[in-house]
Design a protein around this ligand. Structure first.
Ligand code: PLP
Length: 387
């Protein structure tokens, strides 16, 4: 049976060209970039080349890039590092109610340390209102952190507009761009951000490596303490192969992104139309047009997301219900609740995310088989019988 992967937002396979670029750095080019001998300098050059590529991709300066272990670390670094540096100035952070746990969990910890956190509501499409951001800013506000695009419903937030407000009010602005880098244009100057988190495995690079962009002049405390790697901001021996992979992945995305986004958004729209037309009582979640080119999220009444996933998996189709991180929990997704879905409908959601190797025939097959699965499951549902 051919397996069809439609869970690219959870993780994407490493591009074979990325893997090829990484391989020498596990063996013959194994040096530690902090060593002054030739082995070390060879590794150092590779990490600095990657920094240049990534900085160019984001419109940043190379010295504004700090390599990390991924999106979670980057966002933890941004939040704890900014709070640590600025808590004497103020103790208020503004974020949204639909952030990834990599933001919301650190926020909860900061609340216990005396930080006041405003969790902005979103509208029914998942959009944050920049006017609400403006209204929430006080003289104690030290940071605004709003995600670029949501990992579950794919909505793209008005980051440039919020960034403009933050700049006018002289408040630092962070965005979690884990779902957008490599998929849609991300330029730190166009977006008016001071800090930006990204993760290589979401754009065909390896897992366990990412970066935090920190605009020059931003006051931030270091996150990992130890050696003086990454200009003293993030200790630990550099993950050279991972950093090389991240750089190669960014270079490939720079070349392919525009075309891929166009192709995927075409397939996305075919999938949305196909499913909504063929399955009664199904609804699209997230903004109809301000959404990632690869994201489809639908709710289906009277069925559990998990049972749909298992049936799809039996036919070789991999999808997700909510985010990869929340699907192991019984609680419905906080994002779907935040856009106003009642619990029972939030439980019946499916997310399909497309990527570099998704084919039109994959989408056609899904549109062909999903209505039958829904039909069978609804026939077994006592809730559906009553309607
Ligand atoms: N932020 C968002 C929006 C994500 O989708 C994810 C991963 O699902 C993360 C952060 C965490 O990234 P990482 O897996 O690299 O730690």
């Amino acid at each position: 049976m051919e397996r069809i992967y439609l869970d690219y937002a959870a993780t994407a396979p490493c591009d074979p060209l990325v893997l090829e670029a990484m391989k020498p750095y596990f063996s013959e080019k194994f040096g530690n970039p902090s060593s002054i001998h030739s082995f070390g300098q060879e590794a150092k050059k590779a990490t600095e080349d990657s920094r240049l590529i990534l900085a160019d991709f984001l419109g940043a300066k190379p010295e504004e890039i700090v390599f990390t272990s991924g999106g979670t670390e980057s966002s933890n670094f941004a939040l704890f590092g900014m709070f640590g540096a600025l808590e004497k100035k103020g103790n208020h952070i503004i974020t949204s109610s639909i952030e990834h746990h990599a933001i919301s969990e650190p926020c909860k910890i900061l609340e216990k340390r005396g930080c006041a956190v405003t969790y902005l509501k979103v509208d029914k499409n998942g959009l944050v209102d920049p006017r609400e951001v403006l209204k929430s800013i006080t003289e104690k506000t030290i940071l605004i952190s709003i995600m670029h695009a949501n990992n579950e419903i794919g909505v793209i937030e008005p980051i440039a507009e919020i960034g403009k407000i933050a700049k006018e009010k002289a408040v630092a602005f962070h965005t979690d761009a884990v779902q957008t880098v490599g998929h849609i244009p991300v330029n730190v100057n166009d977006l008016n951000v001071d800090l930006l988190s990204l993760s290589a495995h979401k754009f065909y690079g390896p897992k366990g490596v990412g970066a935090l962009y920190i605009r020059k002049g931003t006051r931030i405390n270091k996150f990992l303490h130890g050696g003086d790697q990454e200009r003293g901001l993030r200790a630990s021996t550099s993950n050279v192969s991972g950093i090389v992979g991240l750089g190669k992945a960014a270079a490939l995305c720079k070349e392919k992104m525009a075309q891929e986004a166009e192709f995927q958004s075409g397939l996305r729209d075919v999938l949305i139309k196909g499913l909504l037309a063929r399955i009664e009582k199904s609804y699209l979640n997230g903004h109809p047009s301000l959404r990632l080119p690869n994201n489809v999220n639908i709710s289906l009444e009277y069925i559990e997301g998990e049972s749909m996933l298992l049936h799809l998996d039996m036919l070789g189709i991999a999808a997700s219900t909510g985010s990869a991180c929340t699907s192991s929990s019984l609680e419905p997704s906080h994002v779907l609740l935040a856009i106003g879905l009642p619990h029972e409908i939030a439980h019946g959601s499916l997310r399909f995310t497309l990527g570099r190797w998704t084919k039109k025939s994959d989408i056609d097959y899904l549109i062909e088989v999903l209505p039958g699965i829904i039909d069978r499951l609804r026939k077994m549902s006592p809730l559906y019988e009553k309607k």
